[in-house]
Write a protein that binds this ligand. Structure first.
Ligand SMILES: Nc1ncnc2c1ncn2[C@@H]1O[C@H](COP(=O)(O)OP(=O)(O)OP(=O)(O)O)[C@@H](O)[C@H]1O
Length: 191
């Protein structure tokens, strides 16, 4: 059993890591899915209430609420699969929740790229208007770091620098899933 969590600032490549996982048939649970499900459970439109629901869940059930709600989803996926990817951890309380559930089976991977590289890639991605806005990216970075993402990045078992081609990045992610170079084993043994 392996639960691989990713952390990274906006545009670092977490979504691409999830694409690699899905291509290999590895289930992906995103924290966003948890929030969308909570919206639907309460009859709310996720497109409209996503941000508010994230805050409500934390207010009602504490800062680890979203991680805790994702654990049953991960466990369900683990009944059919050996490995699951959890996309986008944001704070140490979430790390603690996954570590207490999965112990050494949990591996935290930090995906990193410099601001300028992320800004250019997000500009190309253009998923929404904030993607092309440098000031908004700076604000998003600051907000994530203030909310504790920096600690999670520092704590990660493995760091991947996503500064090369997309193909090279996919190879790096595949190597982690393959357990190449004993990367996975070394890290879990020393935890
Ligand atoms: N090595 C790379 N070379 C070229 N493009 C890349 C590379 N890595 C990622 N990208 C592209 O950069 C964009 C941002 O990557 P991605 O969507 O994976 O980031 P993210 O970490 O999920 O961001 P967010 O948190 O904002 O959703 C995407 O369009 C992705 O295809």
């Amino acid at each position: 059993m392996r639960v691989l969590g990713t952390v990274g600032l906006p545009g670092s490549g977490k979504g691409e890591a999830a694409v690699v996982a899905e291509d290999r048939g590895i289930p992906v649970i995103t924290m966003g899915d948890v929030i969308r499900q909570a919206c639907r459970d309460r009859g709310l439109d996720p497109a409209e209430h996503h941000g508010q629901m994230a805050r409500t869940l934390r207010e009602e059930n504490g800062p680890a609420a979203i991680a805790e709600r994702s654990i049953p989803m991960i466990n369900k996926a683990l009944s059919d699969a050996d490995t699951v990817l959890v996309d986008g951890l944001r704070s140490m309380v979430e790390v603690d929740a996954f570590e207490s559930e999965y112990g050494d089976g949990f591996l935290l991977v930090s995906i990193e790229a410099p601001f300028d590289v992320r800004a250019e890639r997000l500009g190309d991605r253009g998923r929404d208007e904030s993607d092309g806005d440098l000031e908004k990216l700076r604000t998003r970075d600051e907000r994530e770091l203030e909310l504790g993402m920096g600690d999670v990045i520092d704590y990660a078992d493995l760091t991947i620098k996503n500064t090369n081609t997309l193909e090279a990045f996919h190879d790096q992610i595949n190597a982690i899933f393959d357990g190449d170079a004993d990367v996975f084993e070394q890290q879990t043994e020393t935890q």
